[in-house]
Design a protein around this ligand. Structure first.
Ligand SMILES: [Zn+2]
Length: 398
């Protein structure tokens, strides 16, 4: 149970009058302080689908006690570490993160059209200075808390939660001084009885794509779950869940390149009935009213919406998902696959939080050396290693 200092009052989540105080704090923009450690950690009150909750500010998870629900593992263990202070700059006063992106949100020329580019999965070119398309999706997932899991949440995470948490996380991010939320579209959970209103909100938000502009045309970022890549005369019609009747056009060369670059993600999606395939893309509009995909990247997630990048991770995440203690999935962001990362962390493990590493079959000497350095650099963590070539997954730490 979290304890907070809220406008001079110490209280626990669930105390009588907690929601009322939260409502006041939300209205007056008072920062609750988490009392898990000294000095207490500033947080903020967020409105998640009409419910007020206390959330950690961007990139502040490391300040909490490992036993606190708001704790997060050190950033150096995932692909987030190298981006900090470079592609991602945090403003502690405003509570916002400002991002430098490695892809454009505008397009020169009067007509935006698909040019067949597909975001590289492993953006080696700009590993730390700018965030790749996939890096942005990972960052939103991470800041939304969608990398965290305990068996207590079984059956309780659906698109409704994913949508609201992603939208809330985006509210605290900026790109070149502009709110990311203004340039981000995430389809809201679709309900047939609300169809007209939902479609109207969508048309309004995407309207910017079809404005006649003399200079660069604006693009938007769309994040959604892939329903199918339907065959089209030339290329594919991409169908997104919760957007019935809406089609995005992907040109044939881009589709071929997508299949190559995201072969693993597509295979993970096709091999498990319950998995989801997430896409992040920049989209533009043509004068004829067609929405085209400019750049696209994919991410496979499990039934619980936990990102996975290999069948080994899938096994690990399945096993962790049955634990009552919390696990946090590590994400790659811009890091290429040849770099090690903590595939997951068990923050509540005793006596120390435990980082879990998978050594894939193709890991070379560089990978082994980098892994050794990562482990040596964190004496405050236990480590667990599964060397895939040596056989079955070892038992998880207690
Ligand atoms: Zn805390």
């Amino acid at each position: 149970m979290r304890r907070f200092l809220l406008d001079g009052t110490v209280l626990e989540e669930g105390d009588e009058g907690f929601q009322d105080l939260l409502t006041d704090a939300y209205r007056e923009k008072v920062r609750p302080l988490c009392l898990c450690c000294q000095p207490p950690v500033p947080m903020y009150v967020a409105d998640i689908g009409d419910q007020l909750v206390i959330k950690r500010m961007p990139l502040s998870g490391g300040k909490h006690d490992p036993a606190c629900p708001s704790y997060e593992p050190p950033y150096e263990l995932s692909g987030l570490g190298p981006l900090m202070g470079r592609a991602i700059k945090f403003d502690p006063t405003a509570g916002t993160a400002s991002l430098k992106l490695d892809f454009s949100l505008s397009k020169r020329g009067a007509v935006a059209r698909s040019d067949g580019s597909v975001a590289s999965a492993d953006s080696v070119r700009n590993e730390t200075k700018k965030m790749s398309l996939r890096g942005l999706l990972h960052f939103l997932w991470h800041e939304s808390g969608l990398t965290e899991w305990t068996a207590h949440w079984s059956g309780k995470r659906h698109w409704w939660q994913v949508y609201h948490h992603l939208s809330e996380a985006a509210r605290l991010m900026e790109v070149r001084g502009e709110a990311l939320a203004d340039r981000l579209f995430i389809p809201e959970p679709f309900r047939t009885d609300d169809k007209a209103a939902i479609e109207q909100r969508r048309t309004q938000k995407l309207g910017v794509l079809f404005q006649v502009a003399t200079g660069a045309k604006k693009l938007m970022v769309l994040i959604g779950e892939i329903k199918e890549f339907a065959e089209a005369r030339n290329g594919r019609q991409v169908v997104i869940k919760h957007m019935p009747g809406f089609r995005l056009y992907l040109e044939e060369p881009a589709w071929r390149s997508l299949q190559r670059r995201f072969e693993t993600e597509l295979m993970l999606w096709q091999s498990t009935e319950t998995s989801h395939l997430m896409a992040i893309m920049t989209i533009g509009g043509t004068p004829a009213g067609i929405t085209t995909i400019n750049e696209i990247a994919l991410m496979a997630v499990t039934e619980q919406w936990l990102p996975i990048e290999s069948a080994y991770e899938q096994l690990l995440v399945d096993r962790l998902g049955r634990l009552r203690s919390k696990s946090v999935k590590g994400l790659r962001f811009n890091l290429p696959r040849i770099h090690p990362l903590a595939n997951a962390v068990l923050p509540e493990a005793m006596p120390l939080p435990c980082a879990l590493y998978i050594v894939p079959p193709d890991a070379g000497d560089d990978f082994q050396a980098a892994l050794g350095e990562m482990i040596d650099a964190r004496p405050d963590l236990e480590s667990w290693i599964w060397r895939v070539t040596e056989g079955e997954m070892p038992p998880l730490p207690a």
